[in-house]
Design a protein around this ligand. Structure first.
Ligand code: NAI
Length: 215
């Protein structure tokens, strides 16, 4: 399957397709047309067809898409057919909330360890995982085949911590710290800023209100 040069916009839409297809699969639906998906997802049918054409189409004309096949294929493109081992750095409010959210494991993201620099948190259990001191993180990463680090620490320490983790074999960061990480090429970073999403909401609310006022 040819995947070269796929835009980030298309990649960004794949998780949503994956979620909807997963729900259809769970409901026992075997086939879905681009029209039906369009109605469910509020994306045009032509957008859906264009997106899927990037990966060779997935469907037979006039016959719709095989839900299970499409779900599996999009899962493979997203790398969800493999298991990933995660650690969380920073077991504060956000780190604990993420650690407590089991649903990621259904997608193959397995939480292996949590680390913090605050001794008051050492030994605290988040589900079955005990918070460990940062002094143990390097050895843990090397010995437990950890590929993703979730950073829920303040921005002041995120860059330095990321460097140490890369030196020990971390390949990807899910970065919640409000700072750009300075990592070598080949290390993947996904920055998450909930406030960006909130600002987008505010913009849309503002725009809607203005349109209403204009009549
Ligand atoms: P928090 O203060 O509850 O937790 C931070 C934890 O990090 C503390 O337990 C602290 O001991 C630990 N820590 C600090 N430096 C460390 C280091 N060098 N190594 C290991 N552990 C260290 O804060 P909260 O609310 O959990 O937020 C965490 C970070 O995430 C903050 O920087 C906040 O700005 C950011 N944040 C980002 C969001 C986003 O959407 N990107 C949303 C909410 C928070």
């Amino acid at each position: 399957m040819e995947e070269k040069g796929i835009s980030q916009a298309v990649i960004g839409r794949l998780p949503r397709y994956f979620r909807y297809l997963g729900e259809l699969k769970d409901e026992g639906v075997e086939r879905v047309s681009s029209q039906e998906l369009s109605g469910l997802m509020h994306v045009t049918a032509s957008q859906i067809r264009q997106d899927f054409n990037n990966f060779g189409g997935f469907g037979q004309q006039g016959y719709g898409y095989n839900v299970e096949f499409l779900y599996e294929e999009i899962g493979k493109i997203l790398g969800l057919n493999k298991t990933h081992h995660l650690i969380i750095i920073g077991a504060g409010n956000l780190g604990q909330a993420l650690g407590n959210y089991m649903n990621f494991e259904r997608r193959g993201f397995i939480l292996k360890g949590m680390f913090d620099k605050n001794p008051a948190l050492y030994g605290k259990k988040v589900r079955e995982i005990e918070v460990q001191p940062m002094e143990k993180v390097e050895e843990f990463v090397r010995e437990n085949d950890i590929d993703i680090a979730v950073l829920t620490i303040p921005k002041s320490s995120a860059v330095g911590v990321a460097e140490v983790l890369v030196a020990n074999g971390i390949k990807a960061f899910w970065n919640f710290a409000h700072v750009d990480l300075n990592v070598p090429e080949g290390i993947q970073v996904e920055n998450v800023h909930l406030s960006d999403s909130l600002m987008k909401l505010s913009y849309n609310l503002e725009r809607y209100n203005q349109e209403q006022e204009k009549g």
